[in-house]
Design a protein around this ligand. Structure first.
Ligand SMILES: N[C@@H](CCC(=O)N[C@@H](CS)C(=O)NCC(=O)O)C(=O)O
Length: 218
């Protein structure tokens, strides 16, 4: 499969970018990566050249333009069926899509109080009561998935799926903010963090030249 271009933002900070990037990597896809740094004078104009929505990630594939992360994940799953980015069983697949949708539309307290920053370690920061509720809800879903669907491997549905791609930025937040996890959730988080692609993402983020004060707790 050639001609895929994924346009993303800073690997240090962009949770939405990580999701489709990780799915493409896990699918073994060859793709060109374009990184547009956020909060620069030319950021909006540069993103506009790729997408009318003014946000990244964007996947371009010939004339096809997809600008919502969850729609990109669906397209990648269709392009690479052998990667099994959704569970084969209909009930498990529906459950995985439900988790993905809940992540896409929810957890605003967690997302706003614990911005993604894979270069930092701030244990205990950002833990408002609303964030605690989000953490409770997410870890309960992870435990439930691992118990019901996870027998075939270390991920939510056993082998890696788009549900894991959706929650990968949450895993990085739990690491950055030192959120204590029980054994099952920590094992799941470690499985995500130990993916070769995740190590690459962290290494790439470390070598990025840009620092945005608003995302550095300053
Ligand atoms: N709903 C979108 C959200 C994408 C989004 O918010 N992207 C941010 C970067 S993480 C963005 O492009 N911001 C543009 C800017 O700050 O100029 C998705 O799921 O892809």
């Amino acid at each position: 499969m050639s001609g895929l271009i994924l346009v993303i933002a800073n690997k240090a900070y962009s949770s939405w970018s990580l999701r489709p990037w990780l799915a493409l990597k896990q699918a073994g896809a060859a793709f060109t990566e374009v990184v547009i740094p956020l909060r620069q004078p030319e950021t909006a104009a540069t993103i506009a050249r790729w997408s009318p929505a003014g946000r990244v990630p964007v996947l371009r594939h010939g004339d096809v333009v997809i600008w919502e992360s969850i729609a990109i994940l669906e397209y990648v799953a269709e392009l690479f069926p052998a990667a099994h980015l959704w569970p084969a069983d209909p009930a498990a697949r529906a459950h995985a899509r439900t988790l993905a949708a809940e992540m896409h539309s929810g957890f605003m307290p967690l997302r706003s109080s614990m911005n993604m920053n894979v270069r930092r370690h701030w244990p205990g920061r950002g833990r408002t009561p609303e964030v605690e509720q989000d953490i409770e809800r997410i870890t309960a879903m992870w435990r439930d998935c691992r118990a019901r669907f996870g027998a075939g491997g270390p991920f939510l549905f056993g082998s890696f799926t788009n549900a894991d791609a959706m929650y990968a930025p949450v895993v990085t937040r739990f690491k950055t903010y030192g959120v204590p996890l029980d054994g099952a959730c920590q094992a799941y988080a470690d499985a995500v963090l130990n993916l070769s692609a995740m190590r690459t993402w962290y290494a790439d983020a470390e070598s990025e030249p840009w620092t945005i004060a608003a995302f550095e707790g300053e």
